[in-house]
Ligand binder design. Structure first.
Ligand SMILES: C[S@@+](CC[C@H](N)C(=O)[O-])C[C@H]1O[C@@H](n2cnc3c(N)ncnc32)[C@H](O)[C@@H]1O
Length: 325
């Protein structure tokens, strides 16, 4: 890879081709396990190839999607308190960094290093270049990785690590894996580490459901893109027109559940293994849990974090927690 900018270190994404192969092996393995179950599921991390990341960025700009603009508003408030909360020589580590424009709100002269971590390689590189150009005095070290796993940070970064897990991503884990993520993030960030988490709060069902069923149909395209990704990786021929997108807020578990529904009986063959989708069968493509302030505090504590502070917007739609080790 060409050396791009003097403040951008690409050591942790150099081996992308090797990782990409491993990724597709992991994709195939996880997909086969999940599609063999009675209730079929596709983990949400597989949404994010370049096309998926671009669709997600479009979602963040939709009027129905209150998450991004509310979180940014709260971050502007946090930015005024940075000097009171932190000393200098900080390293920002963003798990699932996406466009990285949210942490941009908090970057000031206290921050020396920034590590965007993401599973969407092309988008990660693009966003890191943008960040490096915008903040020429900041040293950017992007890493292509799966954030659920423990990750060893490079030695050269500063000891005071401030992690970020934004965009309501804490709600996107199946099977209570959010606790494992929070435990591993504690290990990754180390004993002086702290972590900002964006937490979407329980609110009126209609407001939540509109955010995942936008009038322009971008959320549908984001989910249907999974079929294109499966076709690309496994050379299969699933057709978007043979599925429809459905998403609702399940109040029993305080979670948005999104699905692709098969419009006909059809089959998918991956590595000689056959999977059948019956007409009207649902394949879950996303979960997005909503919390109360207290239920998130309990979760954070159960993973060994203490709540240092939290901020909530005036509508009580969304909160940002600052956790300390
Ligand atoms: C909901 S988006 C949030 C993006 C951004 N942080 C924001 O707040 O707008 C989730 C981001 O996490 C990345 N991602 C999802 N699962 C991941 C995983 N297991 N490991 C690393 N990155 C992941 C996606 O590629 C995407 O950029």
């Amino acid at each position: 890879m060409v050396k791009l900018l003097s403040n951008l270190n690409t050591d942790y994404i150099q081996n992308y081709k090797k990782f990409d192969k491993i990724d597709n092996v992991a994709f195939s393995k996880e997909l086969k396990i999940e599609l063999s179950k009675k209730n079929k599921k596709i983990p949400s991390k597989f949404h994010y190839d370049l096309k998926g990341s671009i669709y997600f960025e479009k979602i963040t700009k939709l009027k129905e999607y209150y998450v991004t603009r509310t979180e940014k508003k709260i971050l502007r408030q946090v930015s005024k308190e940075m000097k009171k909360i932190f000393d200098n020589n900080l390293t920002f580590v963003e798990f699932g960094s996406g466009a990285t424009d949210k942490i941009g709100i908090l970057i000031n002269e206290q921050v020396k290093f920034c590590m965007p971590l993401d599973i969407s390689y092309d988008f990660l590189l693009k966003s890191s270049i943008k960040l490096a150009k915008f903040f020429p005095n900041l040293f950017i070290i992007p890493a292509y990785c799966d954030y659920i796993k423990k990750f060893k940070l490079p030695k050269k970064i500063s000891n005071k690590r401030v992690g970020f897990f934004l965009g309501s991503s804490i709600g996107n884990f199946y099977n209570k894996k959010e606790k494992i993520f929070l435990q591993n993030a504690r290990t990754t960030l180390g004993k002086n580490g702290c972590l900002f988490v964006g937490v979407d709060l329980i609110k009126k069902k209609t407001i939540i459901e509109k955010a995942y069923n936008d009038s322009k149909g971008i959320s549908a395209k984001f989910n249907l893109n999974l079929l294109d990704r499966i076709n690309k990786v496994f050379e299969t021929k699933l057709k978007q027109k043979d599925f429809k997108y459905f998403s609702h807020f399940n109040e029993k578990i305080n979670s948005v559940e999104s699905f692709l529904i098969s419009k006909k009986d059809q089959k998918l063959i991956i590595d000689n293994k056959k999977f059948f989708f019956k007409k009207n069968e649902k394949i879950q493509t996303e979960v997005s849990k909503k919390f109360t302030l207290n239920s998130f505090k309990i979760l954070a504590n159960s993973a060994g974090w203490k709540v240092k502070k939290y901020w909530v917007d005036k509508n009580k739609y969304y909160s940002i927690f600052l956790l300390e080790n």
